[in-house]
Write a protein of this length. Sequence first.
Length: 255
Amino acid sequence: MGRALWIGLALLGSATCLAVLVLRPAWLIRWVLQPLLPEVLFCARGRRRRVAITIDDGPSWAVTPGQPTSLELLDLLRRLRVPATFFVIGEHLDRGAPQFVARALADGHALGNHLQRDQISACLDRRAFLQQLDSTEERLCHAAAPRPLPLRWLRPGGGWVHLPMLRWVQARGYRTVLGSVFPWDTFHPPLAFQRWFVGANVHPGAILVLHDRPDTIVATLATLEAVVPDLQRRGYAVVALDDLLADGPDPLADG
């Protein structure tokens, strides 16, 4: 009986820890991962209620007639009057709307490098990683021309990093950005869950991560339409990623 009790308690404890990590991971990111990996930007410091929206994998394209794409996402952000940082995949520029980059920049959004292909970047060797980084940078700059496009932010595919990768990124003049509020949207949870998750995990200096691709674009539009007013009612301002860092010291600068 005693052994069974201990096993039951261990299983209960493990399940509780797993639930916390899945449902309320922001505390772990803010107080454990960010101090351990100051080279990676998970969130900003400071007490002001400001958050940044980041959107990965675009530009998206219509798989079926009438399906929304990145252009509808830009329309929504304009209507909500909030900025975002788009982490663009190089080869998706061939499939998404050709005017996406110019429109995003004209609307005041920022662009980041999400490498050339939709894959786990941590599995790439140095040569392949830098080839993808450089190719995406070249294509983004070409799409933005004649407007100059200073690129500062990079988000590795899959969200995994290792120390050599961080050095490669820094050597190219980029800063690695992950995030602190990711509502598991690539797993296609219900909108109600995504809305709850953002509300439960948001914090001053949060970086929200959503995705712009054919299988997530509808949910991303619905999530933003619900979440942005929710955050504003709670006193949060949605700001650009650069402005979010201006609220407090950059953890990398502290190191």
